[in-house]
Design a protein around this ligand. Sequence first.
Ligand SMILES: [Ca+2]
Ligand SMILES: [Ca+2]
Ligand SMILES: [Ca+2]
Length: 246
Amino acid sequence: MKKFIAILTGVVLVFAFALTAKAASTLFGSATNEAGGWVQAVSDTSVAATPLDDYGGVSFDDANGTTFASLTALSTDFNITDDDCGGGSPRFYIRMDTNNDTVSDGNIFVYMGPIPSFTGCTPNTWVNTGNLVGSTDARFDLTQLGGPFYGTYANALSLVGTGTILRIGIVVDGSWVMSDLEQTVLFDNTVVNGTSYDFTPLLTPTNKDECKNDGWMTFNNPTFKNQGDCVSYVQSNENAVGNKTK
Ligand SMILES: [Ca+2]
Ligand SMILES: [Ca+2]
Ligand SMILES: [Ca+2]
C-alpha cells in the first residue's frame, strides 16, 4: 500500500510539474496587452520616457532547451500601426547556445516585412508571416553566429541546427530609422511550436453591476454560467477582501 501511495504521489508530482511547465509568454519593455486581444509594442526614442519605451516585445519559453532543428512552427500576425517596418524591426529573435554551456552564443534574427529589405509594410494592416520554419526567404540574419546577413532557414539549420534554443521572442526597436523616431507594431496569434498565443486579456468583474445587462458574458477570468453566478463571485471576493460594502 505504501508503495502504491508513493507511486501515486510521484504521478501527482509529475502532473503538477507538467502544469507548472505550461508554455508561457512574457511581455518586456514597452509592450502592453491591449483590450482588443493583441500585444502592442512601441519603440520611441523621440523623448526620454519613464519607463523607457525605446523597445518592447514578447518572449516565449515553448522551445527553451530544444534544438533549433526541432523547431517546427514559428509565425505571427503583425500590424504596423506607426509608421513602417524597418531598422531590422519587427523581428523574431532566437537566442542560441551552440556549445552546450547554457550561455548564449548569439541570436538568429528573422525579419518581418517584405523581402529583400524588410521595409515598405502597409500600415494598419494585419499580415501573417507564414510558418518561418522551412521558409526559403532570405530573412534569417545569422551574423551573430558567424553566418550570412541574408540567410535562409536552410542556412540556419546547417549552421546551428544542433544548437540549443535558450529563448524565442519578438521585438520592436526600429525607432532609429523612423523620421519621427517612433515605431508601433501590434502582434497577435503568435505560434511557437505547439502553442498559439491569442493574447486575450484577462477580464474579471470587480463590481456586481458589471454582471448586469449580460455583462457576465464578457468575463473570461473566470467565466460565468449566468448573472447570479457572476454576482456571487463578486460578493464572495468582496467578503474575502473585506474592504467593501454591499
Ligand atoms: Ca554557449
Ligand atoms: Ca511614428
Ligand atoms: Ca488575439
